[in-house]
Design a protein around this ligand. Structure first.
Ligand code: FCB
Length: 453
């Protein structure tokens, strides 16, 4: 393939950038919003690096109009944001908070006025704390609560181009309920499969609510996938690879596409694996219009009997480059996972809903720039790898850089910068990095600028 073969990226291909509410908005309690589990978590001593919180973040709640103008100047065609459930429904259910809803209306209107397609994610991890008090994702009623909230949003934001129900259910269950590094910070093997199941039920019920509403734009789910490759050809490592794949990649997609969990999960969770009512799968497998794939890295699996859950550890590759979050840079893994997805689940349209990297960025220079060659290289390699998957017939419809802005990287606080736009968190000054200009050229040339250095 020639990397300058721009015909790979058809005219309707959507080039955008992504963010999430709690990571950028700030003012989490403004205008009658209800607190989220992330607000509680970051205000619990010891939970985040430097005690960082989303209290101010990028102050996007107040600066959204300027940020939309910035997106327009960069040439973005689409913007993936998430809605904070508790801004709209402070108790998570029941009463709608008009002022919270209006914020997202204003944002979507501003985007459309700027010619940028709004792409909305309904759940990017900031569960209303009031629902957590009722058991949160452990309570089976959450499927109905989520569908009701989703219906409010479908009605309010009729100009949204693509809807995503959940962002990365695996991270919600694994980080939030098993390892506890993310909100709500539980560490309980028995909770993780229940949470995953309720996430999937909630997702399916929201999709059904969308159909009942008569929504005509595509709706899907966003999952994070990693190709799992064995560290060696030993039987142990091959088995560990299969477990890691079932746990991370197939745990969510198999129920959605096939109406059942991978058999391997019962072995992985052991006595913590519950019996689920078979009728739940009628909701879970509600037909989708697309799947959003977040791709950051691959996993090199080595058998380790002491590793929790899948008894697999990720092996460091001495010849690879690693990002500031310790993630291996492996662009061919994006081609592999897209091909894997198509081979296993069929010809479903796909969007790359997140892809990007945290690297150490040098200080802004007086002329107002940030030179981030490693991020430029990361993006270039991954866009080429996506193009290669498309050449092999995978139906990729769009690509979203993570992230538009440097932001709160969850428990890692503000220490990891993923933005193509630098944010000075003291002054809130936004400065496009070289990667933003590079990406703008990629968009303007329909992908042809990918070869420019
Ligand atoms: C993803 C999350 C996103 C961001 C990136 C770096 O797992 O969806 O919010 O934290 O990782």
């Amino acid at each position: 393939m020639s990397t300058t073969d721009s015909s790979l990226f058809p005219p309707g291909f959507l080039w955008g950038a992504a963010t999430a509410a709690y990571q950028i908005e700030g003012s989490p309690l403004a205008d009658g919003a209800g607190a989220s589990i992330w607000h509680r978590f970051t205000h619990t001593p010891g939970r985040t690096v430097n005690g960082d919180s989303g209290d101010v973040a990028c102050d996007h709640y107040h600066r959204y109009a300027d940020d939309v103008a910035l997106m327009r100047a960069l040439g973005l065609q689409a913007y993936r944001f998430s809605v904070s459930w508790g801004r709209v429904l402070p108790e998570g259910k029941g009463r709608v908070n008009q002022r919270g809803l209006d914020f997202y209306r204003r944002l979507a209107d501003a985007l459309r006025a700027a010619g940028i397609k709004p792409v909305a994610t309904l759940y990017h991890w900031d569960l209303p704390a009031a629902l957590d008090d009722l058991g949160g994702w452990l309570n089976r009623d959450i499927a109905a609560w989520f569908a009701d909230y989703a219906a409010v949003m479908f009605k309010a934001l009729d100009g949204v181009e693509l809807w995503a129900t959940l962002n990365e259910p695996w991270v919600v269950a694994d980080g939030g309920y098993l390892h506890g590094a993310l909100a709500p910070g539980h560490k309980n093997l028995f909770e993780a499969p229940l949470v995953s199941h309720n996430l999937l039920r909630a997702h399916g019920r929201a999709v059904k609510a969308y159909r009942a509403h008569g929504g005509t734009k595509p709706i899907g789910i966003v999952v994070n996938l990693e190709p799992k490759v064995p560290a060696s050809t030993s039987d142990d490592d091959l088995a560990a690879t299969a477990r890691a794949d079932a746990y991370m990649n197939r745990q969510y997609l198999d129920p959605i596409f096939f109406g059942e969990y991978p058999d391997a999960l019962a072995g992985i969770f052991g006595e913590a694996w519950p019996q689920f009512p078979s009728s739940d799968f009628d909701d879970i497998r509600a037909p989708l219009d697309f799947v959003g794939i977040n791709y950051y890295k691959r996993g090199v699996a080595k058998h380790d009997p002491n590793a929790q859950i899948d008894r697999a550890v990720n092996v460091h590759q001495p010849r690879s480059i690693y990002t500031e979050t310790g993630w291996e840079v492996c662009a061919p893994g994006l081609t592999d996972i897209l091909s894997w997805f198509r081979d296993r689940y069929g010809a479903m349209p796909v969007y790359i809903t997140e892809n990007g990297a945290a690297f150490y960025d040098p200080p802004t220079v007086p002329e107002g720039g940030v030179d981030d060659p490693l991020r430029v290289d990361y993006l270039r390699q991954h866009i080429v790898a996506m193009g290669e998957a498309m050449r092999r017939g995978v139906d990729v419809r769009g690509y979203f850089v993570w992230s538009l802005l440097d932001n709160l990287e969850w428990s890692l606080g503000y220490t990891k910068r993923f933005g193509i736009v630098h944010v000075d968190f003291h002054t809130q000054q936004r400065t496009p990095k070289r990667s933003a200009r590079f990406y703008g050229e990629v968009i303007a040339t329909g992908g042809a600028a990918i070869d420019q250095r």
